[in-house]
Design a protein around this ligand. Structure first.
Ligand SMILES: [Zn+2]
Ligand SMILES: [Zn+2]
Length: 390
């Protein structure tokens, strides 16, 4: 037994069975980023079945439910994302994806269902609320430039004072809420595609060619010095060259090489510095070897910067409703999240929700222990109630 204190009266209003039904419906009918037409329609219909909720559509496939309390006060937003990934499901669940090569393998189906449960519960408490709640059902988290940016740029949320978000995460006990570090809580993910243009020749006549494999090798080696020599020790940074392709025959010097990289950083300063160093290294080494190049540097999402005070708030609320045994300090996520963009408007706090042992996010065997969803809804409702009423 974790706690003997009586449960908050409102917990009996959580539509626990509906949350599972909604989640399974969305799971069976996944849609890719920017294509969430049926999902957003479904969410809109469910939201319209609750009292006191107004609907805003800030982008083609996203939906925001607005709940205005009976008295004026602050404005708080909770965000769920709705998109799935291009992969074939291998869970064998009876409610597996009905769409070939599309699967909810990041748990956004669970996020959407939980936030619907939160909206359903709070919509019946309108007379107890001060201020306004925005329930954000966001499109296209998985696909840069990211749906969050569309919503931020739409101006629909410009009055929000605080943003919260929650992501399901395997290998933590089901229903346990993880408070992530304040400051960087996820990484920024950038990347580049590089084509090195050399000069092909016979393998026995290297002096007549410019070997792009030699140039590429020098570049790959030099790039390793960014993390080891330019970044402050201890600041998590990754530069990975995941792709290096060139040549077709062992006795031919190819005329070009293709490289691809993924870059993770946790601060804006380092992010800029790493980009500058990468460009300098590529430019100078190709010049030194007499080659030329084409570089396509693709910035993606910035790191989430969790606000310290909002983190404390989220922790206190989660402990109040779940008990302190079900709240833990989560490690920084090495993944990236477009939730980071909401910080352009107001402070943010992003947390995780354990869903039990199992395959990682983005794995075809990814599964959610559905008993976690009830805890997620409880924590979300409590966080919102406390933010508005304290
Ligand atoms: Zn994902
Ligand atoms: Zn995700």
């Amino acid at each position: 037994m974790e706690s003997t204190k009586p449960a908050a009266a409102w917990t009996k209003n959580i539509p626990a069975d509906d949350v599972i039904t909604w989640r399974r419906h969305i799971h069976q009918n996944p849609e890719l980023s920017f294509e969430e037409e049926k999902t957003s329609q479904y969410v809109e219909e469910v939201l319209k079945s609750f009292p006191n909720i107004e609907i805003i559509k800030p982008a083609k496939t996203s939906v925001i439910g607005v709940l205005k309390g009976s008295r004026p006060g602050r404005t708080v937003a909770f965000r769920a994302d709705m998109d799935a990934l291009p992969m074939q499901e291998e869970t064998g669940l009876p409610f597996s994806s009905k769409v070939k090569n599309v699967m909810h393998s990041c748990g956004h189906d669970a996020h959407t269902a939980m936030l619907l449960g939160t909206a359903a519960t709070l919509s019946k408490m309108q007379n107890q609320l001060k201020g306004t709640v925005y329930f954000i059902f966001q499109h296209a988290e998985e696909q840069p430039p990211g749906g969050a940016l569309d919503i931020v740029n739409s101006g629909a949320l410009k009055d929000v004072d605080a943003f919260f978000g929650m992501h399901v995460l395997p290998d933590f006990p089901a229903g346990h809420v993880g408070i992530l570090p304040h400051g960087a809580a996820s990484t920024a993910q950038d990347g580049f595609r590089l084509t090195i243009i050399g000069k092909g020749s016979h393998g026995s006549m290297p002096h007549l060619g410019i070997d792009p494999i030699v140039v590429g090798s020098a570049i790959v080696s030099a790039l390793q010095s960014i993390v080891s020599r330019n970044v402050e020790p201890g600041e998590m940074t990754v530069v990975t060259i995941g792709k290096f392709q060139s040549g077709n025959a062992f006795n031919v010097i190819a005329d070009r090489a293709e490289l691809g990289a993924s870059i993770r950083t946790t601060s804006d300063e380092t992010r800029k510095m790493v980009e500058i160093r990468i460009k300098e290294i590529i430019d100078n080494i190709t010049k030194a070897y007499g080659a030329t190049y084409k570089l396509d540097y693709t910035p993606s999402y910035p790191a989430i910067q969790n606000d310290a005070a909002l983190n404390v708030h989220a922790r206190n609320s989660a402990v109040a409703i779940l008990g302190k045994d079900q709240v833990f300090d989560g490690p920084m996520m090495t993944a990236s999240e477009d939730f980071s963009y909401y910080r352009k408007i107001a402070p943010v706090s992003f947390m995780t929700l354990g869903i039990g042992k199992g395959a990682a996010n983005h794995n075809p065997k990814f599964m959610v222990d559905e008993s976690a969803l009830q805890s997620g809804v409880k924590a979300q409702v409590q966080i919102i109630l406390d933010y508005l009423n304290k």
